[in-house]
Design a protein around this ligand. Structure first.
Ligand SMILES: [Mg+2]
Length: 353
């Protein structure tokens, strides 16, 4: 591309194609970017799992708060977390990007927003050995929107995974008497999001943290290896990822399984970032985007305290639904039961944006 010329769609595709060499090829991808379709080769006897997630500027990230690397990382993390929730092994990802012209150009000696976004996305892809196998690009209109000087950046990720036939974990398999568990800690992402909204400049230089657990909002870690462990025969009975908040996602799991559940406050693993605030318990119950796994297993199954290096905590029990009883209850520290209403997503995620 000539210096100063307006980057074209072809330049963007070339830039992405050049970057895919970073993620490398896998035996499961016969053909990647460069033809009309990618050709994938799922293992024999496996099913294909497909999930798609939109990342919209001002809804899922803000250019004045998230670094491009964080926006790229988060875009892929959402898709990979859905694969993790079903115990799938990632096969390939597809990325569609619509960017205003401003984001395609290097500025003030800094790489273009586009390149830094791809840095963040591809670093996570490399970590989980999943190739970027294709996608699409388009120019986003250069019409100013609030908080930007140009049009909006939009990214859509499609993530494909495989699981042995009939083994993928679902939300619908929980049974009364099953124990309820969660990986990692809860409320950290919402706590960090509040910090980000209050002090965006504190995070402006953050590209990729050495300690992944330290930045649960900016760089959430999908629990793929834990999901794969849980999907082995005779382990988890149901699973969902905590994207909208524990209270909301547990309702989803209970509704799909036609069950009720009780969560014990005393057992909840509250993330240190949440625990450092006055609101740690609420953040753990309703704060979204932790991307931990919430799963159930019969009490006869031994679930270790750590799976693939990730802490696992029993937080409650699945039970039979009863008329006049809430679907999800909370057992408080003084042994009182109260309804736990689903107010994850709307309560927290819309506020700081
Ligand atoms: Mg999900």
């Amino acid at each position: 591309m000539t210096r100063g010329a307006t980057p074209t769609e072809a330049d963007l595709i070339r830039a992405i194609a050049a970057r895919t060499r970073i993620t490398g090829r896998t035996p499961r991808m016969s053909l990647g970017i460069g033809d009309d379709c990618a050709i994938l080769r799922p293992p024999r006897g496996h099913e294909l799992l497909v999930t798609t997630d939109f990342s919209l500027e001002t809804v899922h990230f803000r250019r004045d708060r998230h670094t491009p690397e964080s926006a790229g990382h988060r875009c892929l993390a959402r898709g990979l977390s859905d694969l993790a929730a079903m115990g799938a092994t990632p096969l390939a990802i597809f990325l569609s990007l619509a960017l205003p012209p401003e984001l395609l150009r290097a500025r003030n000696g800094q790489p273009a927003w586009r390149d830094r976004f791809l840095d963040g996305l591809l670093a996570l892809a490399r970590k989980h050995r999943v190739p970027l196998a294709g996608g699409d690009t388009a120019a986003s209109p250069a019409t100013p929107v609030p908080g930007t000087t140009t049009g909006l950046a939009l990214a859509d990720i499609v993530a494909l995974g495989t699981a042995p036939q009939g083994r993928a974990l679902r939300r619908s398999g929980a049974r009364p008497g099953d124990a309820l568990y969660v990986t990692g800690a809860l409320g950290g992402a919402a706590a960090e999001l509040a910090q980000l909204a209050a002090h965006p400049r504190r995070f402006a230089r953050l590209r990729a943290p050495a300690d992944n657990s330290a930045h649960p909002h900016l760089f959430p870690q999908p629990r793929l290896t834990v999901g794969q462990w849980l999907a082995q025969p005779g382990r988890a009975s149901a699973c969902i990822d905590v994207s909208d908040g524990l209270s909301t996602d547990l309702h989803h799991l209970c509704e799909a399984s036609h069950c009720a559940a009780v969560v014990e406050v005393v057992r909840l693993p509250i993330h240190p970032l949440g625990a450092a605030t006055k609101d740690g318990l609420n953040l753990a119950l309703h704060g979204g985007e932790d991307y931990e796994l919430l799963f159930t297993a019969p009490t006869s199954v031994r679930i270790p305290r750590r799976i693939r290096g990730i802490p696992v905590t029993r937080i409650g029990t699945i039970r039979r639904p009863r008329r006049n009883q809430p679907i999800v209850s909370l057992l408080t520290l003084n042994q009182q039961e109260q309804p736990l209403t689903a107010r994850g997503w709307e309560h927290f995620r819309t506020t700081p944006f």
